[in-house]
Design a protein around this ligand. Structure first.
Ligand code: GDP
Ligand code: MG
Length: 184
């Protein structure tokens, strides 16, 4: 099992969660907002941390969410299998103001399922919900896709913070729930 290392069995959990989706949809800013409450108006796709660890407490247990960012690899569709290895959660992100990024979601899901466990807890994230006038993908379309693929769904804005923590927390809580239902 990739959920946690042996010495952490009783109290501590470490969950690897990956961010995927086309370039410039806001992956790095979602992570910056969640982990540091920061936003970069003109961020470059190549800038970003490899991963960031965020502590959360559920059921009085300390959970470390280790969230991985592609740091630009996705521009060349060259996200490596190492990136996905051991992931138990994924945020698959598109930009609600660029339909093309929504059309790519199927390919990202295929890639995710090729390189990781089919049971990886996945949320479809429509980012940049603040760009109301530029919207190209309706909420209903996002929701419908998530339903057919069996994914959680949320629209977020890394700019105005809306739903950012909730999106990450939804994934972490579901991983924890699955894990705590299992008897080892
Ligand atoms: P990444 O390539 O997916 O990591 O995307 P970035 O996080 O680097 O963001 C790409 C661009 O979109 C940057 O100029 C960000 O400032 C901008 N951006 C990211 N999230 C949002 C958002 O929620 N709303 C708006 N309006 N812009 C955003
Ligand atoms: Mg980035």
């Amino acid at each position: 099992m990739a959920f946690y290392s042996e010495e952490e069995q009783t109290e501590d959990y470490l969950f690897k969660i990956v961010l995927i989706g086309d370039s410039a949809v806001g992956k790095s800013n979602l992570l910056a907002r969640f982990a540091r409450d920061e936003f970069y108006p003109n961020s470059k796709s190549t800038i970003g941390v490899e991963f960031q660890t965020q502590k959360m407490v559920i059921d009085r247990k300390e959970i470390k969410a280790q969230i991985w960012d592609t740091a630009g690899q996705e521009r060349f569709r060259a996200v490596t299998s190492a990136y996905y290895r051991g992931a138990v959660g994924a945020l698959v992100v598109y930009d609600i103001s660029r339909r093309q990024t929504f059309d790519s979601i199927g390919r990202w899901l295929n890639e995710l399922h090729t390189h990781s466990d089919m049971n990886v807890v996945t949320i479809l994230v429509g980012n940049k919900s603040d760009l109301k006038d530029a919207r190209e993908v309706s909420t209903a379309e996002g929701k419908a896709l998530a339903e057919t693929q069996g994914l959680f769904f949320m629209e977020t804005s890394a700019l105005d913070s809306s739903n950012v923590s909730t999106a990450f927390q939804t994934v972490v809580k579901e991983i924890y729930n699955i894990l705590s239902r299992k008897v080892f």
